[in-house]
Design a protein around this ligand. Sequence first.
Ligand code: MG
Ligand code: MG
Length: 275
Amino acid sequence: MAQVCNMIFYKTDEEIELIRESCLIVSKTLALVASEIRPGISGAELDKKAEEFIRDHQAEPGFKGYNGFPSTLCISVNEGVVHGIPSKDGFKEGDIVSVDCGAYKNGFFGDSAYTFALGDVSEEVRNLLVVTNDSLYKGIDEIKVGAWIGNIGFAVQEYAEKQHKYGVVRQLVGHGIGKDLHEAPEVPNYGRRNSGKKMKPGLVIAIEPMVNLGTRKVTIAKDGWTIITQDNKVSAHFEHTVAVRKDGPDILTDHSLIENAIKNTSNVKEITIKS
Ligand code: MG
Ligand code: MG
């Protein structure tokens, strides 16, 4: 799912508020998912609830129909990295489930993802989730007017790959977002400091580290959509839509809504919630 136009569209303050509105719907949808997801429920059931919720908020699912994608949510289980199609099979105790959601309202998209741990997972998997979520914020911390986009990926890679020896996916990257779901510039989760474009106020980007327990290499599953790890080890994915402001990053999606929902259910482990 790559963008087609190389031009960067900087957003006005009014446009950023419209993107924030779409992002809030996405965050609330993921909070609904957090409260409903459990062993036994299927991705298809969650997808139906998510679509109803988005439409009830006078918005449209951002992914459904995008390049032919059939669903409202991308649900990628265990070795699934991203772009999984919700299936009718129930989740199992110990699964980790990455849920990616987009919404479109008032002409603008919002985009966010979160990975849920269902029941008990190993210490190894727990650590992957914590590090992937933390790497997202390491990337966001690099947002500063005049700094280079490459600094974001450098920070993610430095933390997840160099310090923690996980595999940072190369083939899929974060992106600009606005009137299109995927706009320029690309926002890789790897790279060098002081490379790429310089950040200017009004730039709105989705930052989305995809981090694998084993190899960074991925392949496409038989369904033609789901990106899976080549070694079938698990993968985690967290994503925020963020605006670049004069005084730094403005995170437009809100994971606290998801994390509050997790605190109120016993079906999802509170692994990535900071105390
Ligand atoms: Mg996404
Ligand atoms: Mg995205």
